[in-house]
Design a protein around this ligand. Structure first.
Ligand SMILES: [Zn+2]
Length: 250
């Protein structure tokens, strides 16, 4: 098959933009996209628009099948303040929302990551993504991340290169770090006992960014890792298994 020499390539999947980049080495376009945990199963359109060297636009559409998964329901017990926050705590929750929306605002569209994503701690990932959780028999929420069972004080490493866009104590998340990896992808590390980076820091894959803990709404010490792409929460264990190309800013 003859490759079409595009000068740009854009894509959309379920209302979200996929940002492609080109590697000279393999003459390949790469884009990173995902599906939110709450997306109903079915067939969805992946729309690609490429611009050729002579300015012609080519539109390609492919069907993407989203399969069904049955996530279990779990019952958890946390201190009462996390299901019935006081007015002061509700105020903090509101302030946290402002901080988080600033951190989750559009970042660098080019990849800042390079190559495969790394496990943030040396522990097996639990099968906790997508579970429906009932806290103290009251609040139900979907678990939008993966928990790693590690003792407090375990070094937590950046899953890939990127820039720190949040490094703050938050009410539910506890001490929390968010890294922007570019292309709309961010990783989030929660319930930390100690934060070792600041907003604006550029971090390298494998760099220790924090120590794990049990701060915020946690039933005990563990690391909660979330992967957010264009506002969608992806399964971090899937991201950790992807074989990713190196990116050198070509
Ligand atoms: Zn968790």
């Amino acid at each position: 098959m003859t490759a079409i020499p595009f000068t740009s390539l854009d894509g959309t999947l379920i209302g979200r933009e996929i940002h492609f980049f080109h590697t000279q080495q393999k003459n390949t376009w790469y884009g990173l996209g995902g599906v939110d945990v709450e997306t109903p199963s079915g067939s969805y359109a992946l729309n690609l628009t490429g611009t050729t060297r002579n300015g012609q636009k080519l539109v390609i559409q492919r069907a993407v099948m989203i399969g069904k998964t049955n996530y279990p329901r779990v019952t958890l017990h946390v201190p009462e303040q996390f299901v019935a926050p006081s007015p002061e705590q509700q105020q903090q929750i509101e302030q946290d929302k402002t901080l988080k929306s600033a951190a989750f605002a559009k970042g660098d569209l080019l990849p800042q990551w390079s190559g495969n994503f790394l496990m943030p701690v040396e522990a097996d990932a639990s099968d906790s993504f997508g579970t429906a959780r009932v806290f103290n028999g009251k609040v139900a929420s979907v678990h939008r991340g993966t928990d790693f069972r590690v003792i407090s004080g375990t070094p937590v490493r950046a899953a890939n290169d990127g820039q720190v866009v949040l490094a703050n104590p938050l009410f539910f998340e506890g001490n929390c770090v968010v890294i922007d990896h570019g292309e709309g992808l961010k990783t989030i590390y929660m319930h930390l006992s100690e934060i070792r980076v600041r907003v604006g820091d550029r971090v390298k894959k494998g760099q220790v960014i924090a120590l794990s803990g049990g701060t915020g709404r946690a039933t005990g010490p563990h690391l909660h890792l979330a992967a957010r792409w264009e506002g969608a929460y992806l399964d971090p264990t899937k991201l950790l298994k992807l074989r990713m190309p190196a990116y050198h800013g070509e």
